[in-house]
Each structure stands twice: as structure tokens, then as C-alpha cells.
Design a protein around this ligand. Structure first.
Ligand code: GDP
Ligand code: MG
Length: 443
């Protein structure tokens, strides 16, 4: 995987203090290859690697004792920049209703994304959206949108498959003005491949509805094709933003990077599942961290905040920032995470832990590894939980803890190693935060 490849390149860098130019070149070659294999467009990959190299070699950091760490930070920075730097919000028309056209290939997730966006606007932004069923070629598409609308409690304009798309959109706009809707979200037809007929129809709908946003819905699992698709839609219609769907799948990096670069348009939302609530605003910095395998600590904290009281999350956040996050905190966090489910998604967000769980024999996402970690920490004294170094230094303590928790010394060692790794990553996060790039406080 892209993350896996990048992490291996990083672990070589991270371990080192001073670096030579050839260390950097080697690492960058590896990173470039990993990006290409993840279907990142070759122009994008080259630009990216060149930018990192220039900064790494140009800034006299190679002689510093933390050169490896700094290069990793630069990679993270540049990736964030490539992904768009800041979160791009949905535009709003000065003259409501704001019209949003959803376009893309068949199966990309347009109908689902239309409903998700409707739900997002209604629930998070307290707006009144009207969903418009303008894909008349697949009769099921109309039923699908109507059913989704019912499920999420959002109005759907669906005159039926006998009515021409242009007429559907025209009447939808009337209905929206009459009914005081402030967003009109148009679900359009797709094709398996781009063709002129489709583009002509979409262009007609565009001229008719003068949308504030034309969002291209792209399946994150499509590799290089995503680039061609994005290019064609952009040339024909002038898209304003991207919704990247199916990011809950395995391929999380390539498409995002390429589509952003090729169109110059921001990715505004990502789809992370089939359900109508599986839509999130896109954060370039979080995506960068996720690609780089640091785990998505920020998303995790946000989830935690949604589930627990805010004070507790603040304390946790402060501890991460000050780097005095202890095994005791880790245990608390694990126990809370257990309540949040689905487990595998959440575990993937904890730095170091996602990988660790994958390595377990026939791992699955049962709770066994979690229980083992819990047992080990519970067998430590409070002092040991606060200062894992004590355990690291003493083999008699490790033997005692292994016995007490019904595990083996190697399990104890593994946990300590993972925890050490996690702390290191948190340190990087906080260093980045202090650099003014982004602070966890403004979540
Ligand atoms: P359309 O042809 O572009 O309208 O695509 P649909 O909205 O009908 O979606 C095609 C399939 O992809 C459906 O089975 C959806 O449930 C699924 N889908 C859409 N978005 C996501 C997503 O973010 N994650 C996952 N796992 N599936 C999705
Ligand atoms: Mg559809």
C-alpha cells in the first residue's frame, strides 16, 4: 500500500540523525515509486518529490541531529499543500437558492453523495435543501434518491422518468423558490464512459440552472482513470470542486492527489461509507497524515469529542501536545474507543496501532489484541504507566507484567515499542502545531 511504502521510506529516514544528500535522494526515489504505484499521476509525483528535495537540501537541515524527522515533516507539509492546504467550504449564492450540480461517471456515487450532502446541509448547517432526481436513464436512480430522501427526511423533486432532465431542473428551481429551499442539489445521469451526449446534456443543465457549484464525484478506488475523467469533466463543464467517494476502501491516496492537481479544484467532501451520514468535509492536512501513516489523530479526537465530554477530550489533547501522554491515558483512550466502534476503522486512526493489529496472526478485528493490551497496562503499577521507561529498562519488571497479564514478555515489549512510536508521532504533530500550521485547539 501507499502508506506502507511511505512508512518504510520514512523509517529509514527517521532513525537517522544527520543525512547525506544521497540518503535524501534514495528516500525520495522510494517515495516517488510508491506514489506512482498508488496511481498518482507521474507529473504530480515528480513535482512533489522535487519540491521536497529542494526544501530538504536547500535548508541546511541535513547536518542537524533531527534531519530525518525534519524531512518527514517537509513531506507532510508538501503533501498537505498539494492536497489544497485548507478546508474548502461549499459556496453559497448571494441569491438563493444555491444550486449544486453533481456530475460524474456511473457508479461513482453521485446519487449517494447527493443525499449525503442534503443530509449534511440539513443537519450540520441547518439549511433546507431540495434534492432533484434528474437521472432519468436508470429508473432505479429516481427511486434510489426518493428512498434516500425519505430516510434522511429531506425533500426530493422527482417528476419521473418521462420528463426531460431540463424540464425537471426548470420545475425544480420554481419549486425551490416557491417553497423557500435554500439549496438545490441536482443528481445527474452518468455513463460508464465519457461521451459527448452526456456532456451536452450536462452542459444544457448547467446553462439552465447556473449552478454555484459543479461537484465532480470521483470514486477514490479508480486509479489513473480518475485523472482522465476529471480532466474531461473539467474541460466540458468547468467543475468547481470534487467529492471523493469510497475512501473507506483501501486505496486512499492516489486519486485525491491527482484529481486535485489536474483540475486545480478543491476536494470539498469525502465519502467514507454507504450510509447517508458517511460524508465528511475534506481536510488536506488530515489526509496528508493519513497517507503518511501517522494515523488520523485529529479525526479521532473529534470523534472522541462527539462521544465523550469535552473536558476529557481537552485534557487528552493537551497531554498529546505537551507530550506527557502516558500509558494510563492510552488505556483510558482504548477503553473509550471500544465503546465507539466500528472497531477496525477507529483502531486505524490510532498511530502505530493500526499496523500492529494487522500484523497479528489472522488478526481480524476481534477484540483480543485490545484485551491483551488492556491486560498488560492493567498489570503495571501507576508509576510504570506514567513512566514506561521504567519498564523498558528493567527485565524483571517486564517478566512480572507479562506473568500478571497472562501474556509473554515479547507482547510487553511490542506494546512499549508501539507506544514509543506513537509518542514520537504525537511529538511531530505538536511540533507542526506550534509552527502555526494548524493547532488542535481550533477544532
Ligand atoms: P451513481 O451511479 O454515481 O449515482 O452512484 P451511486 O450513488 O448509485 O453509488 C454506487 C454504489 O457505490 C452504491 O452501491 C453506493 O452504495 C456505493 N457508494 C457510494 N458512495 C460510497 C462510499 O463513500 N463508500 C462506499 N463504501 N460505497 C459507496
Ligand atoms: Mg445515480
Amino acid at each position: 500500500s501507499l502508506s506502507g511504502r511511505l512508512q518504510s521510506a520514512f523509517s529509514k529516514l527517521r532513525g537517522k540523525g544527520r543525512l547525506s544528500e544521497s540518503d535524501v535522494n534514495d528516500a525520495m526515489r522510494e517515495i516517488r515509486r510508491a506514489l506512482l504505484e498508488a496511481d498518482v499521476n507521474h507529473v504530480v509525483a515528480k513535482k512533489f518529490v522535487d519540491a521536497v528535495k529542494e526544501r530538504a537540501i536547500g535548508q541546511d537541515i541535513l547536518q542537524s541531529l533531527t534531519a530525518g524527522q525534519q524531512v518527514v515533516s517537509i513531506v507532510n507539509d508538501e503533501l498537505t499543500r498539494l492536497l489544497g492546504e485548507t478546508q474548502a467550504k461549499l459556496e453559497r449564492s448571494a441569491k438563493p437558492p444555491t444550486v449544486v450540480m453533481m456530475v460524474g461517471l456511473q457508479g461513482a456515487g453521485k446519487t449517494t453523495a447527493t443525499a449525503k450532502l442534503g443530509r449534511f446541509l440539513a443537519t450540520s448547517e441547518h439549511r433546507r435543501p431540495l434534492l432533484v432526481a434528474a437521472d432519468i436513464y436508470r429508473p432505479a436512480a429516481i427511486d434510489q434518491l426518493v428512498a434516500l430522501g425519505q430516510q434522511i427526511g429531506v425533500a426530493v423533486w422527482a417528476p419521473g422518468a418521462e420528463v426531460a432532465p431540463a424540464e425537471i431542473v426548470r420545475t425544480a428551481l420554481d419549486e425551490a423558490r416557491r417553497g423557500g429551499y435554500d439549496y438545490v442539489l441536482i443528481d445527474t445521469a452518468g455513463r460508464l464512459h465519457i461521451d459527448e451526449l452526456l456532456m451536452n446534456e450536462l452542459d444544457q443543465l448547467r446553462q439552465l440552472s447556473e449552478p454555484e457549484e459543479i461537484l465532480l464525484v470521483v470514486d477514490a478506488m479508480t486509479g489513473q482513470d480518475a485523472v482522465t475523467v476529471a480532466q474531461s469533466f473539467h474541460e466540458a463543464l468547468g467543475i468547481t470542486g470534487v467529492v471523493l467517494t469510497k475512501l473507506d476502501g483501501d486505496t486512499r491516496g492516489g486519486a485525491a492527489l491527482s484529481v486535485r492537481h489536474v483540475t486545480g479544484c478543491p476536494i470539498k467532501f469525502v465519502g467514507t461509507g454507504e450510509r447517508p451520514d458517511a460524508l465528511e468535509p475534506f481536510y488536506p492536512d488530515r489526509m496528508a497524515s493519513r497517507i503518511l501513516g501517522m494515523g488520523d489523530v485529529l479525526t479521532l479526537i473529534e470523534k472522541a469529542q462527539a462521544h465523550f465530554d469535552e473536558d476529557q477530550a481537552k485534557v487528552l489533547e493537551q497531554k498529546m501536545r505537551n507530550n506527557d501522554f502516558t500509558l494510563e491515558d492510552f488505556l483510558t483512550q482504548l477503553q473509550q474507543v471500544k465503546k465507539m466502534g466500528p472497531l477496525d476503522q477507529l483502531m486505524g486512526m490510532i498511530p502505530g496501532l493500526g499496523g500492529a493489529l494487522k500484523n497479528l496472526p489472522q488478526g481480524g478485528m476481534d477484540e483480543k489484541p485490545l484485551k491483551r493490551i488492556e491486560a498488560i497496562i492493567l498489570s503495571m503499577s501507576p508509576e510504570e504507566r506514567a513512566k514506561p521507561e521504567l519498564v523498558e529498562k528493567s527485565s524483571s519488571r517486564r517478566v512480572r507484567i507479562a506473568k500478571g497479564s497472562g501474556t509473554q514478555v515479547k507482547d510487553v515489549n511490542q506494546l512499549l515499542r508501539q507506544f514509543g512510536e506513537m509518542r514520537k508521532m504525537m511529538k511531530q504533530f505538536s511540533a507542526m502545531g506550534k509552527g502555526g500550521k494548524r493547532s488542535m485547539a481550533n477544532l
